[in-house]
Ligand binder design. Structure first.
Ligand code: LMR
Length: 392
């Protein structure tokens, strides 16, 4: 039977990790997969997480199973950070832990399918795994342009996509720090989107994978809260990979908010059944470490400080790129107005390959760079390499 399977190419973004590691040129620059790097190019474990892990080693009483919903202390501790004042305490909001943000996106879309969804509207380009998850679930992707030529979000395209949608449609929105373009909706635009969604039969799914890496924890939740405050139903996929630096520990959460506690209970019962059939229970360690951080004032303050330092460094690199005046044909100025880890450069596949072959600079084939891979020590090399390949 297995003979019938066709060979698949490896995931292009994850394959870059191996290509980069195998390159022995000391000057190599990794702008591929989205991991934060310090000014020294390292991706250390947060000190707040280390502190929490030490406590877990000393105090964790057991590693017995918790259930498909995972660590509900973790899920609940995140709620005020994500939902702020829009979090109701009457049972209309509930959630569960998932294996990373990917697990949460998968769960949200699988639930939507169970509830009758057929199509997923999404701004393009998007995180490539979004479309992979949608098609693996045998749902249809309906793309609309995410970023307009003026470097702002393409609201006209979103308005039109929502205008044409019906009750079998889901719209998948990035809560902040859009991956891959870095082009976010403004607060006014989010207010308009919330109003449109309130009038529409479409189910919003908000993927919030980079909270705190744009303008701040509160600021980056503006869109989600605007939508949550206006609509009857919303699903949220949350990731702690970046803002707690827990990447390989796979720490995510799924939330559902509806207008009726009984409906929320029914949704969560379906989510628990899907989780059980897919991964049974999420991995515990990373979520437990986040819970310990969030339950402790000093560790929370330390985490927020570490997160602010990350955000500051990303903003600094963006400013420096935006003011670089020797990138030849490549205009880096828009990067100064964008948010988060990612930006799309106007380079083609051949130029991406030249950057890799001739300059040991690794980025996704789409031209997406992880801004956090640049440091004050390698930024000039990067900018002049870009100018050189763009001139070809
Ligand atoms: C990225 O887009 O680089 C990250 O979200 C990592 C991933 O899983 O793709």
């Amino acid at each position: 039977m297995l003979q019938r399977l066709e060979q698949q190419s490896p995931d292009a973004l994850l394959a870059l990790i191996k290509l980069y590691n195998a390159d022995d040129r000391p000057s190599k620059i990794d702008l591929g997969v989205g991991v934060y790097r310090t000014a020294d190019g390292a991706t250390p474990v947060f000190a707040a997480i280390k502190g929490a892990e030490r406590r877990l080693v000393d105090d964790q009483p057991s590693k017995a199973y918790l259930g498909p919903e995972g660590d509900m202390g973790f899920v609940t501790a995140l709620v005020p950070h994500i939902f702020g004042d829009t979090a109701p305490a009457d049972g209309r909001l509930d959630g569960m832990q998932t294996p990373g943000g990917t697990g949460a996106v998968r769960l949200a879309l699988a639930l939507a399918k169970r509830a009758g969804a057929r199509r997923v509207l999404m701004g393009t380009p998007s995180w490539p795994n979004h479309a992979q998850i949608v098609s693996d679930l045998e749902l249809e992707v309906v793309g609309f342009s995410h970023a307009a030529d003026n470097g702002r979000a393409d609201m006209a395209a979103l308005r039109s996509a929502l205008g044409d949608a019906d009750e079998k449609d889901v719209v998948l929105l990035h809560g902040c720090c859009h991956n891959p373009t870095g082009v976010d909706y403004t607060n006014d635009e989010w207010d308009e989107i919330a109003g449109l969604l309130a009038q529409s039969p479409v189910l919003p799914v908000i993927d919030l994978a980079y909270q705190g890496l744009g303008d701040g924890m509160e600021e980056d939740a503006y869109g989600l809260r605007a939508v949550a405050g206006r609509v009857d139903e919303v699903l949220v996929a949350y990731s702690c990979d970046k803002n707690f630096g827990l990447y390989r520990d796979r720490v995510g959460a799924f939330y559902v908010l509806t207008g009726d506690p009984a409906a929320t209970t029914r949704v969560v019962s379906n989510a628990a059944a899907l989780a059980r059939a897919n991964w049974s229970m999420p991995p515990d360690h990373g979520g437990a470490a986040v819970r310990v951080v969030l339950d402790d004032e000093a560790l929370t303050a330390q985490w927020l400080e570490e997160l602010a330092a990350m955000r500051g460094r990303i903003a600094q690199v963006r400013e420096r790129l935006a003011s670089a005046n020797h990138a030849g044909a490549v205009d880096l100025e828009p990067l100064g107005r964008q948010k988060g880890m990612f930006a799309m450069l106007p380079v083609n596949k051949e130029q991406v390959q030249m950057l890799r072959d001739d300059h040991a600079i690794y980025m996704a084939g789409s031209g997406r760079i992880n801004v956090a891979g640049l440091t004050m020590g390698n930024i000039d090399t990067f900018v002049s390499a870009l100018a050189e390949v763009a001139a070809n």
